[in-house]
Every structure is written in structure tokens, then in C-alpha cells.
Design a binder for this molecule. Structure first.
Ligand code: AMP
Ligand code: ZN
Length: 115
């Protein structure tokens, strides 16, 4: 946990959020500034700054996140239609909150592929 981290504070319940899913390892809540009809952030409870901060010691934190992404897709009704998962890694990629999080976007035709 990092005291000045907004997502750690959401995990601790110090800042309100619109939770979609939670288990012992992961929390998923609606993005406050949604870019699609469904825009959920899936976050490991362990404070890991970014994909670049993953190591042999903490890589196991990612497995429950991937399981939770599929649960979130099911809960929000976008699993069948399809959805996009984005991880911004580093300030140069647009990462503004330095606590690893996966954007799950869907509920609309996601438009042209960029990759
Ligand atoms: P990123 O730019 O990849 O770091 O994404 C950070 C995301 O967190 C942005 O899409 C913000 O809209 C979202 N965000 C920031 N603060 C909150 C909050 N308190 N509750 C929900 N989402 C938030
Ligand atoms: Zn954090």
C-alpha cells in the first residue's frame, strides 16, 4: 500500500468508487471519466507501479487480474460482444496513476484497430 496512491486509497475504502467486482487480490471499479459505455479499471490490491515494475517476486499478482477481467466482462455484459483491454505503461504512454491497472472497454463498436 502506498499512502499517496489514489488507487490504494480506493482499495482501502478511503475514497469512494463504483465497484463492479472485488476479491481478495483484485478490485474493479468504474472509471470516473469513461471513454466507452463500459469502462472499468481492474487493479491488483498489491501496489505495483506499472508493468515495468513487475518482477519474479510480484508477477503472480497479474494472474488474478486476468481472471477478474473476464469476470468483469461477464458482469457488465460485454463478454460475448468483445472488449478491449489497455494498459498504459509509463508517463510517456499516458499512465497518470502509478498503480498498475487494466482498462476494460466495451459496450460499443470499438472502431478501427490501432494495432
Ligand atoms: P491511466 O491514464 O492509464 O493512468 O488511467 C488512469 C485512469 O484512472 C483514468 O482513466 C482516470 O479517469 C481514472 N481515475 C482517476 N481517478 C479515479 C477515481 N477516483 N475513480 C475512478 N477512476 C479514476
Ligand atoms: Zn497504489
Amino acid at each position: 500500500m502506498a499512502d499517496n496512491c489514489i488507487f490504494c486509497r480506493i482499495i482501502k475504502g478511503e475514497i469512494p468508487s463504483s465497484k463492479v467486482y472485488e476479491d481478495e487480490n483484485v478490485v474493479a471499479f468504474k472509471d470516473i471519466n469513461p471513454a466507452a459505455p463500459v469502462h472499468v479499471l481492474v487493479v491488483p490490491k498489491q501496489h505495483i507501479e506499472s508493468l515495468e515494475a513487475l518482477s519474479d517476486e510480484n508477477i503472480q499478482a497479474v494472474v488474478p487480474v486476468h481472471k477478474a477481467i473476464r469476470k468483469v466482462a461477464e458482469i457488465t455484459g460485454i463478454a460475448e460482444q468483445g472488449y478491449r483491454v489497455i494498459v498504459n505503461c509509463g508517463a510517456g504512454a499516458g499512465q497518470t496513476v502509478m498503480h498498475l491497472h487494466y482498462h476494460v472497454l466495451g459496450g460499443v463498436n470499438m472502431g478501427e484497430k490501432i494495432l
